[in-house]
Write a protein that binds this ligand. Sequence first.
Ligand code: NAD
Length: 253
Amino acid sequence: MGTPSQYTADVKGKVAVVTGGSRGIGFAIVKKFLENGARVILCGSRQETAERAVEKLKEENSEYPVSGIWPDLSNSSEIEDSFKRVKEEFGTIDILVNNAGISARDSIFNYKPEEFQKIMDLNVNSAFYCTKAVVEYMKEQEGGVILNTSSMVSIYGQPSGCGYPTSKFAINGMTKSLARELGKYHIRVNAVAPGVTNTDMVSSLPKEVIQPIIATIPLGRVGEPEDVANAFLYLASDMASYVSGEILSVDGA
Ligand code: NAD
């Protein structure tokens, strides 16, 4: 493994699983990891979206060692089976990125309980299931990296749609707690908290919502998925060898 003075910001030879890897921030993370030497298994919500994302990456570079899986992220045993097959095929899972997520902006006055549950199921429960499915492997191999996609709303909250920030506060709690629990196995657990980032999640917002937000960003622009992916690369690499339990803001401020 070398010493800290020899570490580099790459993930050469590492096997990474990225949920929500078919588009947006997840897709940028997958690409960044591939560019920096990892073998990547991206999880899509459906076979079609996973395969399309793999195809797109192969068109850019046919040598990229990337493949797709599409376990139902609400089903812990399906995730377990799917990750077991990854482990059998690739021999290891070194990096897990829990990135799949959804948001909603409903007011508490008309927030439907089932919508709140849907957000918690994907944003929190699936991260727990995926993490549970890799920790034994990482413990056995005496090391690993677990990264979660949080959000700047986990720091400030937001004035509507309380389910989304609730889920991201939970992710921060999981990140910090597991960092403390798993450190003795040399498993690092961190999160990245993006600010407003230029993906489908944001392009669906009306201009009158986005413009006032941009006006408050000191760097004067929304983030690009690559800005966020760079932070993931740092935290996944040995350069972050002594960083665990951190919620790294990437929000232009
Ligand atoms: P996106 O909508 O472009 O991508 C969401 C990803 O989650 C997709 O790959 C999608 O396939 C996956 N997904 C959605 N529902 C799923 C389901 N039921 N099962 C499996 N996968 C499912 O959004 P994004 O902006 O790239 O979001 C990625 C992460 O970044 C999320 O966790 C989100 O909360 C977080 N985030 C985004 C922003 C932003 O401004 N875009 C800011 C902070 C945090």
